[in-house]
Design a protein around this ligand. Structure first.
Ligand SMILES: Nc1ncnc2c1ncn2[C@@H]1O[C@H](COP(=O)(O)OP(=O)(O)OP(=O)(O)O)[C@@H](O)[C@H]1O
Length: 225
């Protein structure tokens, strides 16, 4: 079976007012099936940039991203969108839920976009939200949920299409320490339960210790931490 995610020689530079900022300079990373990797690096080191490229939201200037054995550079725009929807789940620091829709609908939506029948999508959304303790919050809109509950909905949404890889950028960074600890534990348990691989950027070394391995970004390259 192909690895869920391989980054090879990924480079990314940004033009700034006074020159060029080389954020990634040949980053290499392989995630094995089901492997959960922490990405811990100082602010500005390029974690979000790396996650955006890994998630096919941005293209690298050089190097290759391979998702489930398929090179992103060889995909059409449509195939990239499809791979993003089917293979990859995202959790951000801020939940980005659709404010006009209920918790349930927010988890149903990404499934229906891929053509899953509403009945199946709803059953799956309900099961995921129940596993996250939100069985009695299904019809609540995001504004009527606590920060921890909103982030749980975002986690359920990210896993709704059973991705091979979950990419998370400070997924509990916006929560108080105690809630972050609980929600993070739930995230890990769900990801492990689904057998997904994950790459999780965090500033919190205690959370990093709960993952399978920790890497860092140094001078634009991935290094063991
Ligand atoms: N679109 C852009 N244009 C110019 N510079 C950018 C752009 N995106 C990111 N950068 C710069 O690239 C560097 C890396 O940013 P990135 O957001 O990837 O860091 P990070 O490690 O995720 O930081 P943090 O932990 O603070 O979120 C920063 O110096 C940032 O200012």
């Amino acid at each position: 079976m192909s690895e869920p995610l391989v980054l090879a020689g990924v480079a990314r530079r940004f033009r700034t007012g006074d020159g060029v900022l080389e954020v990634l300079r040949g980053a290499d990373l392989r995630l094995a099936a089901g492997e959960i990797v922490a990405l811990v690096a100082p602010s500005g080191a390029g974690k979000s940039t790396l996650l955006h490229i890994a998630g096919l939201l941005e293209r690298p200037d050089a190097g290759e991203v391979t998702v489930a054995g398929r090179a992103a550079s060889a995909m059409t725009e449509r195939e990239r969108t499809e791979a993003r929807g089917r293979r990859i789940g995202f959790v951000y620091q801020f939940h980005h839920l659709l404010p006009e829709f209920s918790a349930l609908e927010n988890v149903v939506m990404p499934q229906m976009i891929l053509g899953t029948a509403r009945r199946v999508a709803e059953a799956r959304a309900r099961a995921l939200l129940e596993q996250l303790g939100l069985g009695r919050r299904l019809s609540h809109r995001p504004s009527r949920l606590s920060g921890g509950e909103q982030q749980r909905v975002a986690i359920a949404r990210a896993l709704a299409n059973e991705p091979l890889v979950l990419l998370a950028d400070e997924p509990t960074g916006n929560l108080d320490a105690a809630t972050a600890e609980v929600v993070f534990g739930e995230l890990l348990a769900l990801v492990r339960g689904h057998g997904a691989a994950a790459l999780v950027a965090t500033h919190n070394p205690e959370l990093a210790d709960r993952m399978d391995r920790t890497v860092t970004l140094r001078e634009g390259r991935i290094m063991p931490a």
